[in-house]
Ligand binder design. Structure first.
Ligand code: GLN
Length: 517
C-alpha cells in the first residue's frame, strides 16, 4: 500500500492493519507527515508539526514487537487543536499572547490519547481563543478549505477539520463552545461531535466560556469519531464539571447504527425555528432529502416548535463574552506568554495594558469589551441576567421537544463554505453562522454533524445535525452512523472520495478512493 493510500484509510482501518502487523506505526506516521509537507503550503491546517512524531511511532512499533499489550488504536496518528495544552509542543490557542508558550502539563484528552498509543502529529490552527466561525481570526493566518482553497474551513476549529478533510490526519481533537467542531465539519464534509457537557474532560483546554465549552472529536467517519470519544471521554477528577456517569462505547453504538435498525420507529423532531430564513436553498434541499431517506427507513418526522430559539444567538453572544472576559483576565503579562513593557518602563498596570493591547486580536478585544460591559454594575441584570433567563427558556424548549421525539435534526449550519474575507469585517454576519449549533451548547446537550452530500448550487459539502438529550451521546452515534450509510448509498460512496482535493493547486491526486475497501 502506497503512502498516499495509507492517508486515505480511516482510523478504524488503520487500527486493523496495525494490529494485524500489515503496516507499522512508523510507516503510517511517515505517510501522514509526507502528506502534511505536501499540502500545508496550500491548506495551513497546522500551527505546529510534531518533530517527535516519528520517534513516538517508532516507540509504539518497538513496544508492539516486544509483545507489549497495546490498545487497538496504538500507532494511529492524531491532530490536536491548539486550544488543548501539550508539554512537548507549543500551545497558543491561535493567539500572539501565547506565542511560544509551553505548558507544564498535558490536557487530560491529550494524556489519554497518548496512553492509547495515538501519535500526535501536531497542533491545528484555530480562531484566536476559539472566537470565530472561519479560522480567519487566528493570529497566524487563516486555514484554507481543502474543497476550495479560496473558502473558509469553518471555525473556530477550522484547522482540525481541514487536516482531516485534506487527509493529513484520520481524526482530530476539537472544542465546541457554540459550534466550533460541528460547523467546520459541515463546511469540510467531515464528521464532528460535541459531546454532552461534562462527558469529556476540559482539564487543559484553554477556557473560552466555561459553562459552554466541550471537547470532542472530528473525523471522516462516524465510527472514527466514536473511537476517539471512547479514548478521551469519561470522568476526570481534574475537571469539576466532569460527569461521573459510566458511558457506553460510542464506537459500538456507531457500528450498531450502521445497520439502520435504529431508524425503525425513531421519532425525529424538526424545529420550525431552525428552518427557512437564512438557510441556503441547497442546504435546505439536502436536509429535506435526508429527512425523506430517514422516513423511508421507518423514522417518523415530527414538527417541533421551539419559540425561544430565535433568541439563542443574542443570548449566547452575551453569555460567551461575559465568561470569556473573565477567563481571559489571566493573560496579564505576569503568568503566561507575552510581556510588553512600554518604552522607558511603566507601572504594573501599564505593562498589563501594553501586553494585552499588543497580544490580543480585534475579535478578542471586541468580546472582552462586550463581556465586561454586560457584567458591569447597572447593566448586569439587563444583559447577562436576561441572557441567562433566555438560556433557561431554551433548555425548557428542548425538554418539551424531547418529550415528543428521540432526536432533533437540523442543517448543521446555514450555508456552505463562504469565501475567505467575505464576512471577516462583519461580526454580525459571522455570528449568524452559529444559529443552528448554539442551542445545543446553551442546553448542554450533545450534537453531531454528519456529511449530507454536496449543495447543488456550488458543489460544496453540507452537513446534517442531530441533537439528543443530555447523556444520550450513544444515540447520536447510532443515528449518525445510520444516516451516514444512507447518504453514502445515495452518493455512491463516502463524500470525502468526491473531494476535488487540491487539484486547483496543482496537487492532483487521482487515487483518492483507492484506500477504501
Ligand atoms: N462561532 C462561535 C463563536 O465565535 C463558536 C465558538 C466555539 O465553539 N469555540 O463563538
Amino acid at each position: 500500500m502506497s503512502a498516499t493510500e495509507l492517508t486515505h484509510l480511516s482510523a478504524a482501518e488503520l487500527s486493523a492493519k496495525l494490529t494485524a502487523g500489515e503496516v507499522s506505526a512508523a510507516e503510517v506516521t511517515e505517510a501522514h507527515l509526507k502528506r502534511i509537507a505536501d499540502v500545508e503550503p496550500h491548506v495551513h491546517a497546522f500551527l505546529y508539526v510534531n518533530e517527535q512524531a516519528a520517534a513516538v511511532a517508532a516507540d509504539i512499533d518497538a513496544r508492539r514487537a516486544a509483545g507489549e499489550e497495546l490498545g487497538p488504536l496504538a500507532g494511529v496518528p492524531l491532530a490536536i487543536k491548539d486550544v488543548l495544552v501539550t508539554t512537548d509542543m507549543p500551545s497558543t490557542s491561535g493567539s500572539k499572547i501565547l506565542e511560544g508558550w509551553m505548558s507544564p502539563y498535558d490536557a487530560t484528552v491529550v494524556s489519554r490519547s497518548r496512553a492509547a498509543g495515538l501519535v500526535p502529529l501536531g497542533k491545528t490552527n484555530m480562531d484566536e481563543f476559539a472566537m470565530g466561525s472561519s479560522t480567519e481570526h487566528s493570529a497566524y493566518g487563516p486555514t484554507h478549505n481543502p474543497w476550495a482553497l479560496d473558502r473558509i474551513p469553518g471555525g473556530s476549529g477550522g484547522g482540525s477539520a481541514a487536516a482531516v478533510a485534506a487527509f493529513e490526519a484520520p481524526f482530530a481533537l476539537g472544542s465546541d463552545t457554540g459550534g466550533s467542531i460541528r460547523q467546520p465539519a459541515h463546511v469540510t464534509g467531515t464528521v464532528g461531535v460535541k459531546p454532552t457537557y461534562g462527558a469529556v474532560s476540559r482539564y487543559g483546554a484553554i477556557a473560552l466560556a466555561s459553562s459552554l465549552d466541550q471537547v470532542g472529536p472530528c473525523s471522516r467517519s462516524v465510527l472514527d469519531a466514536g473511537l476517539l470519544q471512547d479514548v478521551i471521554g469519561g470522568h476526570d477528577h481534574h475537571d469539576s464539571t466532569s460527569l461521573k456517569d459510566a458511558w457506553p462505547s460510542m464506537a459500538a453504538a456507531a457500528r450498531e447504527g450502521a445497520t439502520g435498525e435504529v431508524l425503525k420507529g425513531l421519532r425525529v423532531g424538526v424545529v420550525k425555528q431552525l428552518q427557512g430564513d437564512g438557510i441556503q436553498a441547497g442546504v435546505a434541499q439536502r436536509f429535506s432529502e435526508s429527512l425523506a431517506l430517514l422516513q423511508a427507513q421507518g423514522a417518523e418526522i415530527v414538527e417541533i416548535d421551539a419559540p425561544h430559539f430565535e433568541y439563542a444567538v443574542a443570548a449566547y453572544y452575551l453569555i460567551l463574552p461575559a465568561e470569556a472576559s473573565s477567563n481571559l483576565a489571566k493573560f496579564d503579562s505576569v503568568r503566561f506568554g507575552l510581556r510588553v513593557t512600554p518604552e522607558g518602563g511603566g507601572t504594573v498596570e501599564q505593562v498589563m495594558a501594553a501586553t494585552r493591547e499588543a497580544g490580543f486580536g480585534p475579535e478578542v478585544k471586541r468580546r472582552i469589551i462586550l463581556g465586561t460591559y454586560a457584567l458591569s454594575a447597572g447593566y448586569y441584570d439587563a444583559y447577562y441576567g436576561s441572557a441567562q433567563k433566555v438560556r433557561t427558556l431554551i433548555q425548557r424548549d428542548f425538554a418539551s421537544a424531547f418529550a415528543q421525539v428521540d432526536v432533533i435534526a437540523s442543517p448543521s449550519a446555514p450555508t456552505t463554505a463562504f469565501k475567505l474575507g467575505e464576512k471577516v469585517d462583519d461580526p454580525m454576519a459571522m455570528y449568524l453562522n452559529d444559529i443552528t449549533t448554539i442551542p445545543a451548547n446553551l442546553a448542554g446537550i450533545p450534537g453531531i454533524s454528519v456529511p449530507n452530500g454536496l449543495a447543488p448550487e456550488d458543489g460544496l459539502p453540507v452537513g446534517i445535525q442531530f441533537m439528543a438529550p443530555a447523556c444520550e451521546d450513544a444515540r447520536l452515534y447510532r443515528v449518525g452512523a445510520a444516516l451516514e450509510a444512507l447518504v453514502e448509498a445515495e452518493w455512491g460512496g463516502p463524500l470525502w472520495a468526491k473531494s476535488p482535493l487540491l487539484t486547483a493547486a496543482g496537487l492532483s491526486d487521482t487515487s483518492l478512493t483507492a484506500g477504501r475497501a
